[in-house]
Design a protein around this ligand. Structure first.
Ligand code: G1P
Length: 287
């Protein structure tokens, strides 16, 4: 069954980026000139998904505005015959159907995903977390969807992390099928290095069957007193099956300040209009 819908949780307060996030949603903070959320939506569009369900909260309306037409901007660009910028601005308004659902109480990632239940309905869907930008030839979520299509079972994208970092992520354990694929039998949210079943971490790419909703609804608050998606996934693995796929690509943790700076530099170095200038600036600072 085709994956038509993606859920992007975007209801968090963005405390790690205060004071910037006092009045700007953290998802709207740009990497160079594009808000972070746009990279995530583009990953969905690159995987053939056009219905984007944003889980938002109070004060986050500018995210939906970003994907809507901006009459003043477009009209001004049209009058000035700035075709290039006009085309780029219009493309953003047309790229996807944005559906906003409010998470009225911040009760964790599992709860945020459950908020989308009515809109997703009874079909498999993708979940992408906005703090993780993944650069790859084939969009990361598309790689996961391809495995889902082949196996007809839920799939999460994973990457190998150093042992000392396992306590930052949901970590999977299970039986290796081949170099890229694991049949998951357990999943633990932010384990200590001693308790981690592996070093395979999920940086926020999931393709899930709708059975997950009932499992989340039954999930009691876990780590940090929050309803954890990971706890529901651990049960999904046992009940319906779950695969972990070692995706190809480079991931940037833009929820972290250093990760954000790294992404900005890396993305700038890939831009033909900026690469040379950025290289010069970096060289200056290195001396
Ligand atoms: C969330 C998830 C965790 C996942 C991580 C990826 O944690 O709960 O399983 O590995 O995102 O970024 P958070 O970083 O929101 O605490």
């Amino acid at each position: 069954m085709k994956i038509r819908k993606a859920v992007i949780p975007a209801a968090g307060l963005g405390t790690r980026f205060l004071p910037a996030t006092k009045s700007i949603p953290k998802e709207m903070i740009p990497i160079i000139d594009k808000p972070m959320i746009q990279y995530i939506v583009e990953e969905c569009v690159g995987a053939g998904i056009e219905d984007i369900i944003l889980i938002t909260a109070r004060g986050k309306d500018s995210i939906a505005d970003h994907f809507d037409h901006s009459f003043e901007v477009e009209e001004t660009l049209r009058r000035k015959k700035n075709e290039e910028l006009l085309e780029m601005t219009e493309r953003v308004s047309k790229m996807a159907n944005i559906i906003c659902v409010r998470q009225k109480n911040p009760m964790g990632l599992g709860h945020a995903v459950l908020t989308a239940r009515q809109v997703v309905g009874d079909e498999p869907f993708a979940v992408l977390l906005g703090d993780d930008l993944i650069v790859s030839e084939v969009p990361c979520i598309k790689q996961c969807i391809d495995v889902f299509d082949e196996r007809e079972t839920s799939v999460i994208g994973v990457m190998k992390v150093p042992k000392k970092d396992v306590s930052k992520y949901g970590i999977v354990g299970g039986k290796k099928i081949n170099e890229k694929l694991m049949k998951v039998s357990e999943m633990i949210e932010k384990p200590s290095p001693e308790n981690a079943p592996s070093q395979l971490a999920c940086p926020g790419r999931y393709v899930l069957t709708p059975e997950i909703f009932e499992l989340i609804a039954e999930t009691k608050p876990g780590r940090g007193g929050e309803i954890q998606l990971t706890d529901a996934l651990a049960r999904l693995a046992v009940q319906d099956g779950l695969y972990a796929y070692l995706f190809d690509g480079r991931r940037y943790d833009t929820g972290d300040k250093l990760g954000y700076i790294e992404a900005t530099v890396a993305f700038a170095l890939k831009r033909p209009d900026l690469a040379e200038g950025v290289r010069k600036i970096l060289a200056e600072y290195m001396n």
